[in-house]
Design a protein around this ligand. Structure first.
Ligand code: PLP
Length: 381
């Protein structure tokens, strides 16, 4: 057994969190734990100020057209369901990428069963998207494109600006699954040409679980599937038409939102690029350290890792046993299997067994990488 537990599953949820996040959650629960935007007493107003400050911070972080275009959700899956099922209708045509997570694929397959057409662009041998084929699919028509910014399996970054140009040229709307990029890659939605961003609060944004975000461009004809109390226009029995209330009903996850705000402030104090560089450096160290291990195969950019997410397989041990051995014998937590992205594994040829996935976070250090390297060499003996 190694000494401390080494957590290398940050693509699932980042851990640990910055101290400021723990404090913000705790302080909010103790001092402002009233329903935001509902009552006019001082604690409810204090709660509302936290939500509004977080909305402003998210809008600024992604360069949204307005803070009103920021909707708080339960997680990235919830954000994706709200937008996909709220926008896409029978008869629409959707183009998606080759590495999508089930939180995109499952809603799209449901929409397809009701008459939406869904086409999937193929991948390339270097784990990118085949842009020529993507362009050809769009030429046949595109109402919506849905693409993950960074694959949670390969860690490769999609060429979003090029994709946006192709989609917009044909009059389509681009929805970005930023689950693996928010907080790790600078995302200016207006510069990138992205119409909608869905992101979790609990991954790169360093907030707690149970909070996510949807950032919308202007004038999208989205219909809510969740309706209820918003604290305004209560005399009407239909959902307010204005954002964010159109898509936010019921009591918000105030401690989660406060923690997310603290996470974003922390990231801003460090700098997204500094965080990205640190995680990439650890990934480089891992790939370099394992180059001489017989029987290892990496599924990441063959040049060098693009992010802190690295997938590999070993020809001498299956992926789930590798994960169990790393955990039980070496005190190291990685993720194994399909990572909820069977489509990505079909694209890269690792379906149905999947891969061993190592995902670094800002709090990982080079000695964590070295422990993983030594453990894998020990398993090979
Ligand atoms: C690419 C991608 N999309 C969506 C999700 C879903 O995120 P959440 O767990 O916040 O619902 C994940 C989670 O791992 C992911 O990696």
């Amino acid at each position: 057994m190694g000494e401390e537990f080494v957590y290398l599953d940050n693509a699932a949820t980042t851990w640990p969190k910055p101290e400021q996040v723990y404090q913000a959650v705790d302080k909010t629960m103790r001092e402002s734990c009233a329903n935001p935007g509902r009552s006019s007493h001082q604690m409810s107003l204090k709660a509302e100020r936290i939500v509004e400050e977080a909305r402003q911070a998210v809008a600024q972080f992604f360069n949204a057209p307005s803070h009103k275009n920021v909707v708080f959700t339960l997680n990235c899956t919830d954000a994706l369901n709200i937008i996909l099922k709220g926008l896409i209708k029978p008869g629409d045509r959707v183009i998606t990428g080759p590495y999508e997570h089930n939180s995109v694929m499952r809603p799209l397959r449901t929409l397809q069963r009701s008459g939406t057409s869904v086409a999937i662009a193929p991948g390339t041998s270097d784990f990118s998207i085949d842009l020529d084929r993507f362009r050809n699919l769009c030429k046949e028509g595109v109402d919506y494109a849905v693409v993950s910014h960074v694959s949670n399996v390969t860690g490769c970054i999609a060429p979003v600006r090029e994709i946006a140009d192709i989609v917009h040229e044909k009059g389509g709307i681009l929805i970005l699954d930023a689950a693996q990029s928010a907080g790790i890659i600078d995302i200016d939605m207006q510069l990138l040409g992205v119409d909608v961003i869905a992101a979790p609060g609990h991954k790169g944004l360093m907030g707690p679980m149970g909070v996510g975000i949807l950032v919308l461009g202007d004038n999208l004809p989205v219909q809510p599937f969740r309706e209820g109390g918003t604290g305004n226009k209560s005399q009407e029995d239909s959902q307010p038409k204005e954002l964010p209330w159109l898509l936010e009903a019921g009591t918000a996850n105030l401690p989660g939102i406060a923690g997310l705000l603290a996470g974003i402030r922390y990231i801003q104090s460090i700098g997204v690029n500094t965080i990205a560089e640190h995680e990439k450096e650890l990934a480089r160290r891992l790939v370099d350290g394992l180059k001489k291990l017989d029987g290892i195969r990496f599924y990441c950019d063959p040049g060098e890792p693009q992010t802190g997410v690295i997938s590999f397989t070993l020809d001498f041990m299956d992926v789930s046993l590798t994960g169990t051995m790393l955990d039980q014998a070496f005190n190291i937590g990685v993720r194994t299997g399909l990572h909820c992205a069977p489509a990505a594994h079909k694209t890269i040829g690792t379906f149905p067994a999947g891969t061993v996935r190592v995902s670094f976070g800002y709090y990982n250090r080079s000695d964590h990488v070295d422990r993983l390297i030594c453990s894998l060499y020990a398993l090979a003996r």
